[in-house]
Design a protein around this ligand. Structure first.
Ligand code: 5GP
Ligand code: ZN
Length: 119
């Protein structure tokens, strides 16, 4: 399915719920986390409703590659200092025991000066 009417991130992507947008293209939407763990904390999400990393297939390799190569570019644009003194953390929580709360695939990107609230 491309969009789930009950999914909070699908609603954010469709503009039905407001968010602080970082970036958007044909297949990806990026916005700031409402409860940031770190001074910089945004999430990269595919516009297509994929519940989690547990559902990705070989057909998603390109999409996942584009997410992972976008992350460092946006991290710098959002104010993360360069590697190696700066840097960022990428997290993808998957399933209940993986700490996933929103079941629309999202890649957390966190960075900025320590200490962080969490992590
Ligand atoms: P998860 O635990 O599923 O990996 O992370 C979900 C994240 O989505 C949490 O960090 C939470 O703060 C964030 N979140 C939940 N609801 C909203 C919302 O309505 N807007 C934004 N911007 N972030 C949200
Ligand atoms: Zn969704």
């Amino acid at each position: 399915m491309s969009s789930d009417p009950n999914c909070i991130f699908c609603k954010i992507i469709e503009g039905k719920i407001p968010s602080r947008k970082v970036y958007e293209d044909d297949e990806l939407f990026v916005f700031h986390d409402i409860a940031p763990w770190a001074p910089i904390h945004f999430m990269i999400v595919p516009k297509r409703h994929i519940p989690s990393m547990a559902q990705v297939t070989a057909d998603d390799a390109g999409l996942l590659g584009r997410i992972m190569t976008l992350a460092p570019k946006l991290a710098i644009e959002q104010g993360c200092r360069p590697y190696p003194d700066g840097g960022f953390r990428i997290v993808v929580n998957t399933g209940a025991e993986g700490g996933q709360e929103v079941h629309h695939l999202h890649v957390h990107v966190m960075g900025g000066p320590r200490p962080w609230l969490r992590g």
